[in-house]
Design a protein around this ligand. Structure first.
Ligand code: SF4
Ligand code: SF4
Length: 232
């Protein structure tokens, strides 16, 4: 990661402010997590914010407004006294220890896609998982790839827990049917429950689930090239 993106820059904090440093640009997720842990503002010295920082702060504040939180303020930095990122995070009582561990520079950017903002802003979801029932064959490949366990099938229902989604895009990348989309969308958290039909494949006899009652073949037989020798 460092070879591609360069070494991670240590964040500096002063009280509850992040010190502006143009050698890196924080991620929106990163700022939201700092905010949930007590960050109030970004402090600048003489240099005005560059465009990258401005964009990230604008996006973060838009999301904070949707989350009914105060936006991150901008302040002029007049003090020489600074704390390291570690000292700042350690100063946060609730969850400080865990956060420091999970955001240690070595694993920081590697894990960035896995940070679940819903853990920091309880009661909200940040992404909506949208399934196209006409395209989805219920092959379940995306369910297996989803590290956050967003999907589960119980009692002939598919459940999608939107608040667990971190928008890693593994599911959209793997789906051959182009049946799944992740929509960035801050909402009160919700779970989708969709009824499934339990079927038996007319070719191989295996049982499978489908959204369509008229489907007769399991996803494997459906996608099998008819020019291949049939294994049945
Ligand atoms: S990979 Fe695609 S087709 Fe298979 S279950 Fe997921 S969304 Fe449906
Ligand atoms: S983007 Fe897909 S694979 Fe990643 S967490 Fe969300 S549902 Fe799971």
């Amino acid at each position: 990661m460092s070879a591609i993106e360069g070494p991670a820059v240590t964040r500096e904090f002063e009280n509850r402010s992040l010190i502006y440093d143009e050698t890196y640009t924080p991620r929106v997720k990163e700022l939201l997590i700092y905010k949930s842990r007590g960050l109030k503002s970004v402090k600048m010295e003489q240099t005005p914010l560059n465009l990258h920082w401005e964009t990230v702060i604008k996006k973060t504040n838009k999301m904070l407004i949707e989350l009914k939180q105060d936006p991150i303020a901008m302040e002029q930095n007049n003090s020489e006294e600074r704390f390291s990122r570690r000292a700042f995070l350690s100063s946060m009582r609730t969850g400080g220890k865990k956060l420091v561990k999970s955001m240690a520079p070595a694993s920081w950017r590697m894990e960035a896609n896995e940070w679940n903002l819903a853990n920091y802003f309880a009661g909200y979801q940040f992404y909506t998982v949208e399934l196209d029932y006409n395209k989805c064959t219920m092959c379940k490949v995306c369910f297996t790839f989803c590290t956050q366990e967003v999907f589960h099938v119980t009692d002939s229902y598919l459940y999608i827990e939107n608040d667990k989604c971190v928008n890693c895009t593994d599911c959209t990348d793997i789906c051959q049917e182009d049946a799944i989309r992740i929509i960035p969308d801050i909402k009160i958290k919700s779970e989708l429950r969709s009824p499934l039909f339990s079927k038996e494949c007319q070719d191989c006899g295996q049982s499978f689930y489908s959204f369509q009652t008229e489907r007769k073949k399991c996803p494997i037989c459906m996608n099998r090239d008819p020019r291949w020798l049939s294994p049945y």
